[in-house]
Design a protein around this ligand. Structure first.
Ligand code: MN
Length: 230
C-alpha cells in the first residue's frame, strides 16, 4: 500500500565525527536533582516520573556554532533546563540496573526548554504538561558523542550560563536517580528502542530567558551547547 500523504522525514541528531542518530522518542525525567526539586517545592527522594516530547522537538546545534530557537507562542516565562541526554542504542524492557550501560549508545548536552507559566497552570488544574513541555524546538541539543569515546558518564560538572552569567551549576553525580536507575525504571513502563533519547533532569537554578539571550550549556566531557533565543 502506498502512503496517502508524504511521510515526515525522521528527526535526527548529528553525531560528532559524522553520521546522524535517528530519534524515535524523547523521554524526560522530572525533578531529578535535589536542589532543583526543592526550588520547585518538593523534598525527598520520590520515585522518578516521566513526561515526553515529540521526536521532532529536537533542535540540533552543530559544534562551535550558535543555534537559533524561536521564542515560542503563548508564554511569557520561557525557562532553561540544562540536562544530560542519554541516547539508547540497544532496546529492551525490564532492563536491570547492572545491565543499563550496555543499552547506551551515547550522550549529548541538551536543553529541556519549558513554558513554565503554562506548565504551572496545567499542574494547578491537574492537567497534562504537554503544552508546557512538548512544543516545537523545545529540545535544543548538541551533537551526540558515542559512549565508546566518552566512557560511561557518572560524574562531571553540568552548567548553564545566560549571556555569560552562570545560572545553573551541578554535577552528574548529584542525580537523584542515576542514568542506570532511570533506564531500569523507564524500561519497566515502556519497551525502550534504539533511537530513544532520555533527558535526565536539570540541576538547580532554572530561570527565564527572553529574546536576544544566548544560553551556553556545558557538561564535562561532552562539550558545549550554544543557543540564541530570537
Ligand atoms: Mn527537565
Amino acid at each position: 500500500m502506498s502512503l496517502v500523504i508524504p511521510a515526515a522525514p525522521p528527526a535526527c541528531v548529528p553525531v560528532q565525527g559524522g553520521g546522524l542518530f535517528p530519534v524515535r522518542r524523547i523521554y524526560c525525567v522530572g525533578r531529578n536533582y535535589a536542589e532543583h526539586a526543592q526550588e520547585m517545592g518538593f523534598t525527598g527522594r520520590e520515585p522518578p516520573f516521566f513526561f515526553m516530547k515529540p521526536a521532532d522537538a529536537v533542535l540540533p546545534v552543530a559544534d562551535g556554532s550558535v543555534g537559533t530557537m524561536h521564542y515560542p507562542p503563548q508564554t511569557a516565562n520561557l525557562h532553561h533546563e540544562i540536562e544530560l541526554v542519554v541516547a539508547i542504542g540497544t532496546g529492551g524492557r525490564d532492563i536491570a540496573v547492572a545491565d543499563a550501560a550496555r543499552h547506551i549508545w551515547g550522550y549529548a548536552v541538551g536543553l529541556d526548554m519549558t513554558r513554565r507559566d503554562l506548565q504551572n497552570d496545567m499542574k494547578k488544574q491537574g492537567r497534562p504538561w504537554c503544552i508546557g513541555k512538548a512544543f516545537d524546538e523545545s529540545a535544543p541539543i548538541a551533537p551526540l558523542r558515542p559512549i565508546a569515546s566518552t566512557g560511561e558518564l557518572l560524574r562531571g560538572a553540568i552548567t548553564l550560563s545566560v549571556n555569560g552569567q552562570l545560572r545553573q551549576k551541578g554535577d552528574l553525580s548529584e542525580l537523584i536517580w542515576n542514568v542506570a536507575e532511570t533506564i531500569a525504571t523507564l524500561s519497566a513502563a515502556w519497551t525502550l528502542q534504539p533511537g530513544d533519547l532520555i533527558f535526565t533532569g536539570t540541576p538547580a537554578g532554572v530561570g527565564a530567558v527572553v529574546r536576544g539571550d544566548v544560553m551556553e550549556g556545558s557538561i564535562e566531557g561532552l562539550g558545549t551547547l550554544r543557543v540564541k533565543v530570537e
